[in-house]
Each structure stands twice: as structure tokens, then as C-alpha cells.
Design a protein around this ligand. Structure first.
Ligand code: FDA
Length: 321
């Protein structure tokens, strides 16, 4: 109920006006460090200095008009140039619906095509985020089509909550494609997705092992300590070197865990979102973990001990940023 209220607030212009004009905007920078490419670059430089690599994401999805989809493409071109000029340890994550997948597949191909060309020129890897299950097959088909055309510095995201994912992991491993594994962030029906968090975790561990054993530099994207530990245990048991995979986490979430893993010699990439659409993203992060409200309210909060005050979020009607 509370989570749904936060998500509803995320869509309210009045609430946005209040948050935008108060010091809360400054505090929200923990999750979304800025609206411009320059602000993103500053955040990535900070992450790099802390031993983290990064992936930059321009916030936005479900774009239905060509002008806005093209504008999103332009922002990615600028971002790729800046990553290259500043020699940042960073790549890019984007969503197909942001670049016009809902307008038409041919529009998407043109808009994405120029981003991929620039990524090739600047030798930057591009990850395609995975959206709701209505898009899974279309996204994977588009990915395989690009792969068959010879594009290589591209990767997909697969979601452990989907029942189909073991087959998709095996397919991507055969291709030699890089996969980011996450639990999955959309509300999905039982016909396609596990509903019980224990089943999602079991699936995550099974898929993580497939990726570590036979995959190609997978990204294990989670803040869940049990999933992180299972990954470390498997890597150590199988003698899988730290250079063969990376952990991925959201900017501002479980920074203690990010630091600890880096200190212990593991690779960690932070997903750093930016852009003017920061407000709904922030509300979704708060919905995932209401304890973050305390942080935003200026309370003195440490990240890990809050678990006993509020249990971790349960799967529900929220969306990934
Ligand atoms: P879980 O939700 O079980 O949380 C475990 C623990 O992590 C919590 O108990 C808490 O301690 C901590 N935690 C989680 N969220 C927190 C928050 N907001 N603030 C503070 N602590 C928090 N999804 C998708 O469908 N498509 C995609 O492309 C992506 N891409 C993606 C990239 C990266 C780098 C990450 C980290 C995640 C995604 N996701 C995603 C989102 C993913 O599917 C999932 O919804 C979230 O990562 C939350 O799941 P966890 O694995 O972190 O575990």
C-alpha cells in the first residue's frame, strides 16, 4: 500500500513540484546525481576514483513520439563522446522503448543504429536494459539480429523471475554474448514469472552459475547479500578469477557492500542514472526500500543495519529505473 502510494506520488506533478523545489532535490542526488551529461560525468569520475566502473543511463522509457525518441538518441551520442574524451571507465545502458520501439521497429533500428555507430567509433560497450515481459522476445530478437549483423560490443539483460530465462541464458552463452543478470523489476503474472521471492532467488543462483561457468563476462546485478555471497562461493569453488565477471549495483544503493567487494578485489560497476526524469525513478527507489525515506528526510542512517527496521522490499507493482 505504502509502496503503491509512493509510485503514485512519482506520477504526481504537484508532488514533483514540491520535491523539486526543496532541499530534497539535493538529497535525491544520492540516487540520481544530476540532470545533465556533465553532472553524470562528474559522478562517474567520482565512482572511478573509488575503484568502481560505471554504466550511464539517461532516464526515460515508453517514448511514443519521434522527436523525443530522437532527442534521447542525441543525449546518448553526447554521452558516448564524453566517455571517450574523458577516458572514463564507463559504458552505457539504454532502453529500447526510450529510443522508439513502440513507434516502430524500423524507427528504433534507425535511432539505435546511429548510437551503435558512435559506440563503435568510441569503442564503448552498450547494454540494452530489459523491460516488461511483453518486450522480452522482441528485445532478444532485435539483439540477435544485431549480433548476426556483426555487432559485438553489445549486451542484454536477463531477469531471474521469468520462467523462460534458463533457455535464454543458454542461448546467449552459445552466442558468446554478455549478459547482465538481475532479479527483474516489473509486475509480472504467474503464467510467466515466479512470484515467491525464494523461487526467484533459487532461479537467480542457478542462472548465475550458468553464466559464471559458460558465459562471457557476465554482470551479476544485485544488492542482495545472499546472492552476492552465493556468487563469491561459486567463483571460489570453481576457481573463477575476479576478472571473469563483475557485480553491478545501482548508484547510491548499498555503497557499503560496493566498497567491501572492491576492497576484497572484486569488480563492481555502478549503474548511474541521470536526466530530467529523475523524479519517478527516485520514487521507485523509495518504494523498493522505504528506509530510504529516512535518508531523504535527513536522518542519520547507515545502510546495512536498517534491514531489521524495515524488511527488504517484496516483489510488487513497481518498475525498474
Ligand atoms: P532485493 O530486491 O531482494 O533486495 C535485496 C536487498 O538489497 C534489500 O534487502 C536491501 O538491503 C537492498 N536494496 C534493494 N533495493 C534497495 C534500495 N532501493 N535502496 C536501498 N537498499 C536496497 N531490472 C529489470 O527488470 N531490468 C533491467 O534492465 C535491470 N537493470 C538493473 C541494473 C542494475 C545494475 C541493477 C542493480 C538492477 C537492475 N534491475 C533491472 C533491477 C533488478 O531487477 C531489481 O529490481 C533490483 O536490483 C532489486 O533486486 P535485488 O537483487 O537488489 O534484491
Amino acid at each position: 500500500m505504502f509502496r503503491n502510494s509512493l509510485i503514485a506520488l512519482g506520477q504526481s506533478n504537484t508532488a514533483k513540484a514540491v520535491v523539486t523545489r526543496t532541499p530534497l532535490r539535493g538529497m535525491a542526488r544520492r540516487f540520481v546525481p544530476g540532470e545533465t551529461v556533465d553532472e553524470l560525468v562528474t559522478a562517474i569520475e567520482e565512482a572511478n576514483r573509488a575503484g568502481l566502473t560505471a554504466t550511464g543511463n539517461y532516464l526515460g522509457e515508453s517514448v511514443h513520439d519521434e522527436a523525443n525518441a530522437r532527442r534521447a538518441g542525441d543525449v546518448y551520442l553526447k554521452l558516448l563522446d564524453r566517455i571517450h574524451e574523458r577516458q572514463l571507465l564507463a559504458n552505457v545502458s539504454l532502453k529500447f522503448t526510450q529510443l522508439g520501439q513502440d513507434i516502430s521497429e524500423s524507427f528504433l533500428a534507425r535511432n539505435l543504429g546511429r548510437v551503435l555507430e558512435r559506440a563503435k567509433e568510441t569503442r564503448t560497450f552498450i547494454r540494452f536494459d530489459m523491460e516488461g515481459s511483453d518486450y522480452t522476445q522482441r528485445t532478444l530478437d532485435a539483439f540477435v539480429h544485431l549480433w548476426d549483423e556483426g555487432w559485438r560490443d553489445i549486451g542484454v539483460v536477463l531477469q531471474a523471475y521469468l520462467k523462460r530465462t534458463a533457455g535464454d541464458v543458454a542461448h546467449m552463452n552459445r552466442l558468446g554474448a554478455r549478459v547482465r543478470l538481475c532479479k527483474g523489476a516489473y509486475a509480472e503474472p504467474p503464467s510467466v514469472a515466479f512470484q515467491d521471492p525464494r523461487e526467484v532467488d533459487r532461479s537467480f543462483v542457478e542462472l548465475m552459475k550458468m553464466l559464471l561457468d559458460d558465459g562471457h563476462y557476465p554482470g551479476i546485478a544485485t544488492h542482495d547479500e545472499a546472492m552476492v555471497q552465493a556468487t563469491l562461493d561459486h567463483a571460489q569453488a570453481q576457481g573463477i578469477a575476479p576478472e571473469r565477471f563483475e557485480f553491478q549495483m545501482l548508484h547510491g544503493v548499498r555503497r557499503d557492500l560496493q566498497e567491501r567487494l572492491v576492497r576484497d578485489g572484486w569488480r563492481v560497476r555502478v549503474y548511474v542514472p541521470f536526466g530530467e526524469h529523475w523524479y519517478p525513478y527516485l520514487m521507485r527507489r523509495l518504494a523498493e526500500r522505504p528506509a530510504n525515506m529516512l535518508f531523504l528526510a535527513g536522518s542519520v542512517v547507515q545502510e546495512s543495519p536498517l534491514g531489521f527496521l524495515w524488511p527488504g522490499r517484496k516483489r510488487g507493482n513497481h518498475r525498474n529505473g
